[in-house]
Design a protein around this ligand. Structure first.
Ligand SMILES: [Ca+2]
Length: 589
């Protein structure tokens, strides 16, 4: 039965990847934008340079003086307001949270910014379900918005295509001239730039960045109460781990009179984005054999070599170990099919799980009353002596802000987005506007009683009568193009309980982290992305299902040579080469 469920998961994974490929592979039909006056369409001009793109008609003509500050057209080069005469721009983007009202222009923070800048924004935010279609039609029509706005509104590859076709405006010169706040943050986070910059050398987009100091994204969590009942310590090696699971299996540790204990549970495949976060899967048991496995089976070792995980001896040994556990029913027999809801139910209702994986222990799948009953398992020492854990990179969401050729004065929007990203504004944009103590009309940051001088999110003050989906936000929160650094966060925001819980998990693994993050921002060309998508779909699906088969039925030794041969047939050498090239490109090697 596992095979059927497994195939369904793998198929949906494959379809998700394929969908991305199709969306990306659909080349934009570029036509001259209408309604943009005498602006020269730049789409077909192959010889333009980034500098040409930033030279707008306004800059060519000396502007009239306003209040004494230097001006470019209707724009003051510094200070507030940004526009002398009020102006309005049309933004379009993916609505990040479908449950919140589409009312950014009514949030207190955006009203304040509109008043300060003399720039008002007309937002069209489109829910996830219809965003891709809306975006494709918009791009095909040539009737671009002035800017795309909101994390993941555009993929990096779309940015690359649209930038190369002249639909998006190159931002480097504009940022250097008009965005001191953003420029300073970009300088602080080199990875931000290497992730977002296009292959042609231009930066056509901004992403949102949140650095909460999380440097790993998964942890192994064990029932300490069960260990204490058995008089066992937290396991430190793979052998001890195996023996602990055996002891969990053979005792009625939840005391319900039934042998229903599940020694180890996890989610074999979680989510559809195989390139990003690992939170609740079985990877820690690969780390326990020295294999820094990933959902796309690529990682970088400490010698700076990009490698394919599922061809290593360590990977093979880990798979064998998981088979031993599965065969002895030490692993939840539903790991291939269950979702987070089912695992949460086991942890909260049946309370029959001994070990599980999650990105944090408290404020997560277990009940608050059980926080103290569980503890972390530090990285297990591998049979060969290795102790390692996969490092993770800060959260950067691409495609959060990109100005199009339809925009009359891109410098105006660059000053506007920089204003939104001044130090005191970034925590407010990300979590809610600063409000006085006791404020409970909408999501906001209120003074923290526990950390005087700092603010905390007032979610706890929401009146019981108000549904969370109807509780308005004071700021864009997840919808913004906000670059929030750890330094700013620490200065203004009292640590959220959820972040404290996450940081506790990170602390356990920090001494053992790999040199490179498993979610390294590899940079591919448009052609490479298309080739990679096809290879990745085949290769990741094949390894996912073979590994599942070996965990359940065993037989990896007998089938290993055939497996390697099939990987070669599927193009694993080329797949690896694409990642190696993309890594060398970012590292400038
Ligand atoms: Ca029991």
């Amino acid at each position: 039965m596992k095979t059927k469920g497994m195939k369904t998961r793998v198929l949906s994974l494959a379809l998700a990847v394929l969908f991305v490929f199709l969306a990306v592979g659909c080349a934009p039909i570029v036509t001259s934008p209408s309604g943009t006056g005498d602006k020269t369409p730049t789409q077909t001009d192959e010889t333009k340079t980034p500098a040409d793109e930033t030279k707008t008609p306004a800059e060519a003509t000396p502007a009239p003086k306003g209040d004494g500050r230097e001006m470019v057209g209707n724009m003051y080069k510094t200070g507030l307001p940004i526009a002398k005469e009020p102006v309005s721009y049309y933004f379009m983007g993916l609505q990040m949270n479908n449950t919140r009202p589409n009312n950014l222009d009514e949030t207190d923070m955006m009203l304040k910014i509109a008043k300060e800048t003399n720039i008002s924004i007309d937002w069209e935010l489109v829910p996830q379900a219809s965003w891709t279609e809306k975006k494709t039609l918009t791009i095909a029509s040539g009737e671009y918005p002035d800017a795309f706005f909101g994390p993941l509104s555009l993929s990096s590859n779309e940015v690359q295509n649209l930038g190369a076709n002249g639909v998006l405006v190159a931002l480097d010169d504009l940022l250097a001239k008009y965005a001191p706040n953003i420029t300073a943050i970009i300088d602080e986070y080199p990875i931000y730039e290497s992730f977002l910059r296009s292959m042609d050398g231009n930066l056509y987009q901004l992403g949102s960045l949140t650095d909460e100091g999380f440097d790993s994204l998964i942890s192994t969590i064990i029932n300490k109460e069960w260990l204490d009942k058995l008089g066992l310590p937290v396991p430190t090696t793979t052998d001890e781990f195996y023996n602990t699971l055996k002891a969990f299996k053979n005792n009625d540790l939840n005391g319900n009179g039934q042998r229903d204990e599940i020694p180890l549970s996890f989610l074999y495949v979680e989510g559809s984005n195989i390139n990003r976060e690992v939170k609740r899967d079985h990877r820690p048991f690969y780390y326990a054999f020295g294999s820094l496995d990933t959902p796309f089976y690529i990682n970088i070792n400490d010698k700076d070599e990009v490698f394919f995980t599922a061809m290593q001896d360590e990977w093979k040994e880990a798979t064998k170990f998981l088979h031993k556990l599965y065969a002895e029913k030490l692993i939840d027999q539903e790991v291939f099919t269950q979702d987070r809801t089912l695992l949460t139910q086991k942890l909260r209702t049946q309370k029959n799980v001994g070990v599980y994986t999650d990105y944090r222990k408290d404020q997560s799948m277990i009940l608050p009353e059980d926080h103290g009953k569980y503890t972390f398992v530090p990285p297990l020492k591998a049979p060969n002596g290795t102790v390692t854990w996969a490092r993770a990179e800060v959260s950067i969401k691409e495609g959060a802000f990109a100005i199009t050729s339809a925009c009359e004065n891109p410098e105006m929007l660059v000053r506007w987005i920089d204003h939104c990203n001044q130090e005191q504004y970034t925590p407010q944009m990300a979590f809610g506007m600063f409000k006085p103590a006791g404020y409970s009309e909408a999501e906001a940051l209120v003074p923290s009683a526990a950390s005087p001088g700092k603010y905390e999110v007032n979610t706890g003050l929401r009146p019981k009568s108000v549904d969370p989906t109807e509780w308005f936000m004071t700021a864009p929160i997840a919808q913004g193009c906000t670059l929030l650094t750890k330094k700013t966060l620490d200065e203004y925001v009292a640590e959220k309980a959820s972040s404290v819980a996450k940081l506790k998990a990170c602390e356990v693994y920090r001494p053992y982290l790999s040199k490179w993050p498993y979610n390294y921002p590899y940079k591919f060309s448009t052609e490479e992305v298309e080739e990679l998508s096809l290879l990745q779909t085949d290769i990741a699906s094949y390894v996912d299902s073979k590994a599942a088969e070996w965990i359940v039925e065993g037989g990896i030794d007998q089938e290993w040579d055939g497996f390697i041969a099939e990987l070669k047939r599927l193009g694993v050498d080329r797949y690896l080469e694409l990642y190696q090239t993309a890594f060398a490109r970012v590292e400038g090697k």
